[in-house]
Design a protein around this ligand. Sequence first.
Ligand SMILES: *Cc1c(COP(=O)(O)O)cnc(C)c1O
Length: 437
Amino acid sequence: MTNEIGTLGKLAIDGGEPVRTRPLPWELPGAHWIGAEEEELVGRVIRARSPFRFYGLDPQNMADTLEREWKAKFGATNALAMGSGTAALGVALGAIGVGPGDEVLVPGYMWTSCISAIVRQGAIPRLVDIDDTFCMDPADLARKINPRSRAVIYVNMSGAPGHVKEVVRVAHAHGLKVVEDCAQAANAHIDGRWAGSDGDIAIFSFQLNKNMTSGDGGMLTSSDPHLFRRAYALHDLGYPRNEAGRLDASEPEFQMWGVGARMSDLAAAMALAQFRKLDKITGAMRNAKWSIRRQLEGIPGLGFRTILDPDGDSGPFMITTYRDAATCKRFTEALRAEGIKGEKGSLACITMAEWGMHWYFNVPSLVNKREAARGGFPWSHPDNAFHADISYQRGNLPVCDEMSERAALLAIASVLTPADVDDIVAAFRKVAAVVLP
Ligand SMILES: *Cc1c(COP(=O)(O)O)cnc(C)c1O
């Protein structure tokens, strides 16, 4: 390797030759795999003139089929196709019955949707720190639980679960429900359990930047029949449906307020085609990622996120850590100069400081406690007065605060070639040799 570094010479950021000049392929895992299968299934829905899932001229039952196949693959008892992951989070909390006076525990490394679901439900978010898995730290969860705690949102961040089993154990010991946010981790698993199978409700997203995509869309699963029935009514118009696909308002217990987050059969057709390719998409990312990571492990000064079960990593991101913020920034900028970056607009190679509303202190509506409805709701609700003691400013979660500064993220495209993988490894080695000593 010393020879190779010698011949490559100066870092591109210092005026040397870059390792590559062609942009890396876009992240957006499922998008690269859109093809004839999506066209065929979506076309069937269009030719049948039946884009609604519950009734129509000639329904093609794409959402039903997607739910059936999802349940079969992931061993889920109940599955519900949804309009988005964000809506699924809100519906999950609604099914649990979260409301004013309740606190929902949520990690400081997440996506802004996790927070909006809590606030829109009328409850107060309570931040929990992460550990070296970049997911919720069960020890900090145990410290943060208090009599107002009602539920936990566990986020399987950046493609892989962390100590989810322990989090669920702690939560259940205190009588709290757990929503597993698997928006970034469809098809991940840990020690033989699929992501989403530990908590009480799991949600997935099919937005463009997720492991599979229908543009927008999502899935909600639960093995609890009562929670699932509530979720079903809530995701629609607040009532169950009968065999004919019509609303059934006869049961007083299921006269609720729905959010209108059904999946259309058009989106379901697309999601179904993508779902059938999910093993290939995540397999490609996982193989490329671990090929890169295994070739880089052992370089002094270059750290990696702890992945408890590498075989179960769905693979869309490789997180690296550095000794301090300055080194992290310098390293990442040097990598980009070597050509380890995507097309314009891509976030393929960034420091975690550039990762926006994935960090609690970067969510302006949270930090500034913005209202979800007029009059300052839910912060102004008398049952929520306790929020006065809670701050969401940077400085509240030591590990999040530190990792947001000295960690970096490389998106692993689902179509990296062996040559792309070689370039990434060569660039890391070249930059490490100069920046890390
Ligand atoms: C993308 C994402 C969501 C929201 O999903 P949408 O389908 O975009 O609404 C929720 N949580 C996490 C962790 C996400 O990454």
